[in-house]
Design a protein around this ligand. Structure first.
Ligand code: OFO
Length: 171
């Protein structure tokens, strides 16, 4: 594996680790605030980001690169409300998608077709994650400050959104 590809993949490993950490912090905030459904959803989302990191680590090592296990900075601890949480998630996922696109571009430039093929899984995953984050934000905007709406949202978020999520992360 070329050095610049290895380095770019290591940066993505760090970003997936950071994503997992951010969602873990959000999950903990939601749990403490009484949004138990949202907490469960975010704990699961954090676990998935960790699996995305692992998938990259294993790919880099299998291809004779060197995967670097990153230090992770402490994420934000408190949020104003659920809308702030899910708007941050949407912004973060859009950022991650841009980073994946840059990696895809680099793999093509370097004619590393194996890495290019491997990255297609991340391209699809980001498409799903951005769409889901956008849908959740739309719902929360409709609900506004309606307490009953928030109660139902928290109760139903896992059945509404987790079932459709990708479950073949490690394939
Ligand atoms: Fe790793 O899937 Fe989003 O960030």
């Amino acid at each position: 594996m070329k050095k610049n590809i290895n380095q770019a993949l290591n940066e993505q490993i760090a970003l997936e680790a950071e994503s997992s950490h951010i969602y873990l912090s959000m999950a903990s905030w939601a749990e403490k605030t009484g949004y138990h459904g949202v907490a469960q959803f975010l704990y699961k989302h954090s676990d998935e980001e960790r699996l995305h990191m692992l998938k990259l680590i294993r790919f880099v090592n299998e291809r004779d690169g060197v995967a670097v296990i990153p230090a992770i900075k402490q994420p934000k601890e408190t949020y104003k409300n659920l809308l702030e949480v899910f708007q941050s998630i949407l912004e973060h996922e859009v950022y991650v998608t841009n980073e994946i696109n840059k990696l895809v571009e680099l793999s093509l430039k370097e004619k590393d077709f194996t890495t290019h093929h491997f990255l297609q899984w991340y391209v699809s995953e980001q498409l799903e994650e951005e769409a889901m984050a956008k849908q959740i934000n739309d719902k929360l905007k409709l609900i506004g400050n309606d307490k009953m709406g928030i109660y139902v949202f928290d109760r139903d978020i896992n059945s509404m959104f987790l079932d459709s999520e990708n479950t073949d992360t490690m394939k």
